[in-house]
Design a protein around this ligand. Structure first.
Ligand code: URA
Ligand code: SF4
Length: 190
């Protein structure tokens, strides 16, 4: 059977591939437009996301909504998900083995949506696709890997504790429309 986002959601719901399944309230597979040109990838669900089963609905989500609005996009236009689909207890960082266990779900989502660009929100999402880079040095610089354009930027939550990062994030975010255009041209040529 052809793979689909609905099928992935169902598998995630029943997934017990890592210990995060034991502490989750709800799985948070991600949501948005299955034909989105942009996929946003965060770290993992927080408290609110775990309670409601949807990504980026707390304070970080508000920051993300403001950024989307700044480039005239709505949530329905994009697809938003995370490296791990279940909440790490007390919002600790996801462990490498948890990221590895969840890896395939994210890869399949990307393969179905085929976005022009993948925006990596923060260090954990960046490590998953662009290992070895440093967010403080590589944020705001698009990277082409195996025909896919990636765009690492700071995590919206980082701006809540470090206000000065908000401006950096806003500047990086505004580059997105232009990067999509470039990615489209790249994909036409190849
Ligand atoms: N932070 C994340 O990385 N993901 C969410 O879904 C919410 C907050
Ligand atoms: Fe499965 Fe991913 Fe949840 Fe771990 S985080 S239980 S791998 S869906």
């Amino acid at each position: 059977m052809k793979d689909s986002l609905v099928k992935i959601n169902e598998e995630v719901k029943n997934c017990q591939k890592c210990p995060l399944c034991e502490t989750r309230t709800n799985t948070v597979p991600g949501c948005g437009n299955s034909r989105a040109e942009i996929v946003f990838i965060g770290e993992g669900p927080g408290k609110n996301e775990d309670l409601q089963g949807r990504p980026f609905i707390g304070a970080a989500g508000k920051v993300l909504d403001g950024l989307l609005e700044s480039i005239n996009l709505k949530r329905e236009d994009v697809f938003i998900t995370n490296v791990v689909k279940c909440r790490p207890p007390l919002n600790r960082d996801p462990l490498p083995e948890e990221v590895a266990a969840c890896r395939d779900f994210l890869a399949r989502q990307v393969a179905i949506i085929k976005p022009q660009i993948i925006v990596l929100l923060g260090r954990h999402a960046m490590d998953r696709f662009l290992p070895g880079l440093k967010i403080s040095e590589d944020h705001g610089k698009p990277k082409l890997r195996d025909g896919q354009t990636y765009f690492p930027i700071y995590h919206p939550a980082a701006t809540i504790y470090q206000r000065r990062l908000l401006q950096t994030l806003e500047v990086d975010f505004k580059k997105i429309p232009k990067i999509i255009k470039l990615a489209k041209n790249e994909n036409k040529r190849s």
